[in-house]
Design a protein around this ligand. Structure first.
Ligand code: MEZ
Length: 596
């Protein structure tokens, strides 16, 4: 299978701007090959990039501003690209230029941490340097032993600027608290940025307008059933009964949640997403970034919390931060909210808890390494369900690209290498993954027709990424997939009959929104991969972190994937965003109350 058509995508726009003096520096690590050297040759001074003071803050504010002044906005750069994978127009949104382009070190396309585009970038250094897939915190500042550590003050520090972190920060800010939101990665968004599906919520205004009857009690029941009844029922109740408010909150921030789809293990269309089936994560993160900026919330990237500080009574008193440029410093805070995410990107930790999953691909962003769990444990937090690691059934072939459950929700079927269905496509993820693992080659294909493709804009994205085979006939598609054509034709015919009869006798699939019909037929080769860590720090319904005796750690709150208990042993698709919004809001509101 041809995975990526664009093995050598060039960043055309920047190359054009930098001009003929730009040397491709692959294999060349000399100082002159870095962007600083190239700029110098073009008579661009240090101050032109760094600003007069030459001081670089952890957000690299002046540098990024000056990059845009000279080279243009993302929009302008994107419009110059001739390549169909356009790095200046990605789901990461408008991130800092310095995320990829480095002045004094080899530049590196951030996309390469997750994708296998082999994307090249000006001044990228040696192939080895630029292909190193592991993300490591860069620091430029070394403090001498005698140098005094800088100290700042805030009401609340939030650790991790993914969905839960942004929601907690915005909520706490709106309740009157001075908030600092810290992110160890060079960009904000966390795993929420990658969320493809949507947010589950019951009895929302959107469902009502579409005539869909739903009930938070049923959402709670299905969440418990999906979690194998191992979830904390009190947390599930909060998740479900506050889910509709969570959607209203997102709409109040400016989010579009007008489309609905069904996720696995659920009896009704409950997964809310932007119009046309667009991925929910990039949209929400854009909305969060805009809302944080509007409120002037202090958001710092390249800022890793290395320690949560507490007094002799165990009350949390702040954090110690390692800034990329500022080095180690302390923020005194009356409360800390831990929203640092899960650990599905951490091979070693996954291998420790579930050795059989160690080498499976992960759909997570490279910062999902579990640091927030470790930080909280060190101030007494109890952890639960750490060995419960979710395998998502459909990642694109050998890639780290998640093929959203909404593709099945939109009507796609799963077939094996014999061209036959083998599972109810909308069962829970643990069961669907186990069914795929039981197939020869431990992989399968999603198969869909033209109407299904049109109903879910994300499929066009998978086409751009080269993950989709297409043909004008079922026979042609079968040949491309390498499965028997007669078997695939019989499978599609039998599924379409089940669709007409609204009855799937073989696999009992309840929701069959569209049949599989031409003019074009499509398939995506899929394999299961690590997606979510259900375990983490234990919290109560007030989002307070609990210690090993079941008592709150004073001043410490947590929300999102860093916590355990909400999803039991198997999370339902669409419930992660609900978790980040519902408990992010609770953590933000309660921390703000606490600091008053
Ligand atoms: O909640 C999720 O993880 C989700 C809906 C993912 C997806 O398949 O799109």
């Amino acid at each position: 299978m041809k995975l990526f058509k664009t093995g050598t995508v060039l960043l055309f726009s920047l190359v054009l701007l930098i001009g003929s003096s730009m040397a491709w520096a692959e294999g060349n690590t000399s100082k002159n090959a870095f962007l600083s050297g190239i700029h110098k040759k073009n008579q661009i001074s240090c101050a032109d990039c760094h600003g007069k003071s030459l001081v670089v803050d952890d957000n690299e504010t002046a540098l990024n501003k000056n990059c845009v002044v000279c080279h243009g906005t993302f929009e302008k750069l994107a419009s110059k690209s001739k390549e169909h994978i356009n790095p200046h127009k990605s789901h990461l949104g408008e991130i800092n230029c310095t995320t990829c382009h480095k002045g004094h070190a080899p530049s590196k396309a951030y996309c390469n941490y997750c994708h296998s585009f082999g994307m090249k970038i000006p001044a990228m250094g040696s192939a080895e340097q630029s292909n190193n897939k592991k993300w490591t915190q860069e620091t430029t500042q070394k403090k001498s032993k005698t140098e005094k550590m800088k100290t700042e003050n805030a009401d609340i520090v939030v650790i991790g600027a993914g969905g839960a972190g942004y929601v907690a920060s915005i909520t706490a800010h709106d309740a009157g608290a001075k908030v600092i939101l810290l992110e160890k990665m060079p960009i904000t968004g966390g795993n929420s940025m990658l969320a493809a599906g949507g947010i589950n919520a019951a009895a929302t205004q959107i469902q009502k307008a579409m005539g869909i009857q739903d009930d938070p009690a049923v959402m709670a029941k299905e969440t418990m059933k999906g979690g194998r009844e191992k979830n904390d029922p009190e947390l599930v109740k909060i998740l479900s009964y506050r889910s509709s408010d969570a959607v209203d909150f997102l709409i109040s921030l400016g989010a579009d949640m007008t489309d609905l789809v069904r996720s696995g293990g659920v009896h009704v269309n409950r997964t809310h997403r932007p119009v046309g089936g667009a991925a929910v994560g990039p949209h929400l993160v854009k909305v969060y970034r805009e809302n944080a900026a509007k409120r002037k919330i202090d958001v710092r990237v390249n800022s890793e919390v290395v320690k949560i500080l507490s007094d002799k009574n165990g009350k949390v008193t702040g954090v110690q931060v390692k800034g990329k440029h500022s080095g180690l410093y302390t923020i005194n805070a009356k409360a800390v909210i831990d929203t640092a995410g899960g650990f599905a990107a951490n091979n070693d930790l996954v291998g420790f808890y579930k050795p059989q999953f160690k080498e499976t691909a992960s759909s997570n962003q490279p910062g999902a390494t579990g640091g927030g769990v470790v930080l909280a444990e060190k101030v007494g937090a109890k952890t639960i369900d750490m060995e419960q690691i979710q395998i998502h059934p459909t990642m694109g072939g050998e890639t780290k690209v998640l093929i959203s459950e909404t593709v099945r929700g939109s009507g796609a079927i799963l077939v094996n290498h014999a061209g036959k269905r083998f599972v109810n496509e909308l069962t829970t993820r643990d069961k669907a993954s186990a069914a795929i693992f039981a197939q020869p080659d431990k992989s399968a294909f999603l198969v869909l027709g033209e109407d299904i493709r049109k109903s879910n804009v994300q499929i066009d994205g998978y086409i751009v990424l080269g993950l989709v085979e297409e043909s004008d006939s079922i026979e042609g598609l079968a040949t491309k997939m390498g499965v028997p054509a007669t078997a695939l034709a019989a499978t599609i015919e039998s599924y379409n009959k089940a669709f007409e009869a609204k009855n799937d006798p073989e696999f009992k699939r309840q929701d069959m929104p569209m049949k599989i019909a031409g003019p074009k037929y499509y398939s995506i080769w899929v394999k299961p991969g690590r997606h979510h860590t259900m375990g983490g720090v234990k919290i109560n319904t007030e989002a307070q972190v609990l210690n090993t005796e079941g008592k709150p750690v004073a001043g410490l709150y947590a929300a999102g994937e860093v916590t355990g208990g909400v999803h039991g042993w198997n999370r339902l698709g669409g419930n992660a965003i609900t978790d980040t919004v519902v408990f992010g809001r609770i953590a933000g509101a309660n921390a703000a109350k606490f600091v008053k």
